[in-house]
Design a binder for this molecule. Structure first.
Ligand code: PMP
Length: 294
C-alpha cells in the first residue's frame, strides 16, 4: 500500500513552542539546517500511548545540539511535556516520534553564529522498521561502502543529520543489491554499526559482545539491552571486533529505537547465523516487556 507522503498528511505538529496544523509546519528553503546540515534529531517510539525513555531522548537532543555548537531554546523538561501532549493530540497508541532542531535563515554561510534555532516535534503511527519477512527470516546485511569517521573527523556522538548521508548512500546500495541493510566498519576497520542501529553478537560460549561505541552513537536501545542482558547474568563484553572474527559467533542482532531488537540472518554470504539463539529470544522478550511496562 502506498504511504501518504509526510508533507501531505494531516494532524498536529509542535513547532517552536506551539501546536500548529500539520500543513502549516513549514520552513523557508533558505535555511542553514538544510544547506549546511546543522540539524539534530531524535527517533523515539511510543508504546501503548507512552514514549519509551522520553527523558533520555530529549537529553540526547540537547547534547547533540551542544556538539553542533548551538543551544536548544526549550528545556529538556519543556520538550518532554510537549512530546506527551502531542501523543495525546495525535491519538497515538503505538508509533514513532521525531523531535528535531535546526539553524534558521538569518545567515546563509558557513558561519551562522547568531542564527535562530528552530525546534519541531511530530509523531505518527508506525509499523516495525524492517519488513515482516526480514524480521521473520533475519536481516541480510552487506558491508557498507563508507566507514564511521574518527572522533577527530566528525562529532560522532551527536545524532546529527549530516552524519546520515553516508548511511543513506550505503543503505541504498545494499537494498539495490538485495540486502536489508549495510553494516559499517569504523575508520580503523573494526565492526561499528548498521546505518541506523547498533550491533550485538552472541558468542558460542553464551557471552554477548558488542562493538565499543567510541566513534558512533551509543544507542539508548544498546544501553537498555546491555542492562537487560546483565540482569539475566549474561556476560556482556564491549570491545573492538574485526570482520573476520564474525565466524566466532553463533547469532547476531541489531538494536535501535526504530529497529528494536532485530535478528541478523547473515552478513554477506560469508557469515550466516542459521538459528536464533535462546539468548536473543530472551532479550527480545525482555525488551518487549520493558517497553510496554510489563
Ligand atoms: N546508530 C545510528 C546511526 C542510529 O541512527 C540509531 C538510531 N537512533 C542507533 C544507532 C540506535 O540508537 P537508539 O537506540 O538510541 O535509537
Amino acid at each position: 500500500m502506498e504511504q501518504i507522503p509526510f508533507d501531505k498528511r494531516t494532524g498536529t505538529i509542535w513547532y517552536n513552542g506551539e501546536f500548529v496544523d500539520w500543513q502549516d509546519a513549514k520552513v523557508h528553503v533558505l535555511n542553514h539546517g538544510l544547506h549546511y546540515g546543522s540539524c539534530v534529531f531524535e527517533g523515539e517510539r511510543i508504546y501503548s500511548g507512552k514514549i519509551f525513555k522520553s527523558l533520555q531522548h530529549s537529553q540526547r537532543l540537547h547534547q547533540s545540539a551542544q556538539m553542533m555548537d548551538f543551544i536548544i531554546p526549550y528545556s529538556v523538561e519543556q520538550l518532554v511535556i510537549a512530546k506527551d501532549q502531542l501523543v495525546v493530540k495525535q491519538n497515538i497508541i503505538d508509533g514513532y516520534m521525531r523531535a528535531f532542531a535546526w539553524r534558521g535563515s538569518e545567515k546563509m554561510a558557513i558561519s551562522a553564529q547568531h542564527n535562530s534555532i528552530h525546534v519541531a516535534i511530530a509523531c505518527w503511527t508506525w509499523p516495525p522498521y524492517y519488513s515482516a519477512e526480514a524480521r521473520e527470516k533475519g536481516l541480510k546485511l552487506k558491508f557498507a561502502r563508507y566507514r564511521r569517521p574518527a572522533p577527530d573527523s566528525a562529532p560522532v556522538a551527536a545524532k546529527a543529520s549530516g552524519l546520515y548521508m553516508i548511511c543513506t548512500i550505503s543503505k541504498h546500495e545494499a537494498e539495490r543489491d538485495g540486502y536489508n541493510d549495510a553494516l559499517m566498519l569504523d575508520y580503523r576497520g573494526y565492526l561499528a554499526e548498521a546505518t541506523g542501529a547498533n550491533l550485538f553478537l552472541v558468542a558460542k560460549n553464551g557471552d554477548l559482545h558488542t562493538p565499543l561505541a567510541d566513534c558512533f552513537l551509543n544507542g539508548i536501545t544498546r544501553q537498555t539491552v546491555i542492562e537487560l542482558a546483565k540482569k539475566r547474568g549474561i556476560n556482556v563484553v564491549e570491545k573492538h571486533i574485526l570482520p573476520q572474527e564474525l565466524s566466532n559467533y553463533c547469532d547476531a542482532f541489531l538494536t535501535g529505537s526504530a529497529a528494536e531488537i532485530t535478528r541478523i540472518n547473515s552478513i554477506t554470504e560469508d557469515y550466516v547465523f542459521a538459528k536464533t539463539s535462546k539468548l536473543t529470544l530472551d532479550l527480545m522478550q525482555d525488551y518487549s516487556n520493558l517497553v510496554r511496562g510489563l
